[in-house]
Write a protein that binds this ligand. Sequence first.
Ligand SMILES: [Zn+2]
Length: 294
Amino acid sequence: MEIADGIHLIKNPHSTYFVSSVLIMGESLTLVDAGRVESPETSIYPAIKALGRDPREISLLVLTHAHWDHCAGAAQIKRETGCDVAVHSNGKAYLADPETVAKELTLRFPGVPAGNMAAFDAVDPEIVFSEGSTIALDGRELKVVHTPGHSAGSCCIVEADLGLYIAGDSIQGRGERRPLIFHDANAYLSSMNRLLGEPIEILVNGHPFPPSGEGVLRGEVTKRHVEESIKAVEELKDTVLEALGDSDGAVSLVEIHEAIGAFQPFTIGCILEALKAEGKATRETAGGRVLWQA
Ligand SMILES: [Zn+2]
């Protein structure tokens, strides 16, 4: 799907929906996000060939963040094309050791299974960027807008001339299980408030987040998507606080998750941490269990 002249969205199949890659065509090819481990073979390379180009022309792979469904294809693409890989400094450790995401989540939220987030080969990035970094392509420039929250290294990769923001999972709308997972809920809200002031013309999401359910949003809809993302988290905070208030004494994260009946347990955990930081919830350890109370 063409996003702009020479810029294409590749929808890599992912569960019942998709994870986005963006192909930027110049003299060589730049790819933003590498999809799942099978994505190079099954969707990225075929899309490039269908556009009359050769996957071996990929000279740069930029990652919006280092979560498995966006970076698991990176090792194969790098091996087969010799491309440089670029990631935010906060994502480097996750690429070097794919176990890191699951390990950190297990430490923060004991008793919640971390799933298959380590299902990829390690990658050593050539380019490590940060807020405001620029990446020169032939005929274009990409700019990094650091939007932490979903993960500490989540970024929007921006083509400023077009107002094109490739957001990965930075702006999740009403994402719920696909995949409203935060590294830090209050950092996420700060990033959303910052993005309300950014000149976004075209927004490319990492997944077809509700309410739009589209990979590419344009014009005023982009702002509404950011506003919905803020509302979703504010409302979730209220819901969690209510569940805490309704419970008899201190409860575990898993119990609160079950009471609410939606969202990833990690999402609820991040909301609890945010409420704790605001003095609205307390965390205690009793009999080896971590318990929360309003
Ligand atoms: Zn992610």
